[in-house]
Write a protein that binds this ligand. Structure first.
Ligand code: OFO
Length: 173
């Protein structure tokens, strides 16, 4: 059984994951309007993953006798200064998510809720991967420095990455 404190902390995380999903969805839609189809596919996939993170939390809360609350969504920005600026936002957002996950882990230890602590380890590892991926993408963008030919190739790279991620996700089902 979840304590009220842990239940509400987990529901705050549900909200953050839901907002992450909307945020990346807005970036994906914007990138598509800029002709960056690979970037768009990558970010659509990322938005789906964040939604899956939200649902995983909701189900866990319910399984442990709590109530996973579906959050209201906050409107994300409609446009972004550049692809690089968008990925800078992705990285800073993921860092924020990691910080919140770490705080949650700490709260679980203080409350001696080892089951939730164990469940959250999946999110801890996921955040390491997501931060590393965002850094890798940003490093490539910095190398390109806004040069058109480079951006074209970058877009194709991200298309391939999005297709590989989608294949992995299907294999995991
Ligand atoms: Fe990348 O935010 Fe979910 O965990």
């Amino acid at each position: 059984m979840l304590s009220k404190k842990i239940e509400s902390a987990l529901n705050k995380q549900v909200e953050l994951e839901g907002n992450s999903s909307q945020y990346y969805l807005a970036m994906a839609s914007w990138a598509e309007t800029q002709g960056m189809d690979g970037v768009a596919q990558f970010l659509y996939g990322h938005a789906d993953e964040e939604r899956m993170h939200m649902i995983k939390l909701i189900k866990f809360i319910n399984e442990r006798g709590g109530h996973g609350i579906v959050p209201a969504t906050t409107a994300p920005p409609k446009t972004f200064k550049s692809v690089q600026a968008a990925f800078e936002l992705v990285l800073s957002h993921e860092i924020k998510v990691s910080t919140e996950i770490n705080k949650l882990v700490e709260t679980c230890l203080k409350e001696r809720d080892y089951t939730t602590h164990n469940f959250l380890q999946w999110y801890v590892s996921e955040q390491i991967e997501e931060e590393a991926l965002a850094r890798k993408v940003l490093d490539k963008l910095k190398l390109i420095g806004g040069e058109k030919g480079g951006l074209y190739l970058f877009d194709r790279d991200l298309q391939a990455l999005a297709a590989a991620d989608a294949a992995d996700a299907t294999a995991e089902k």
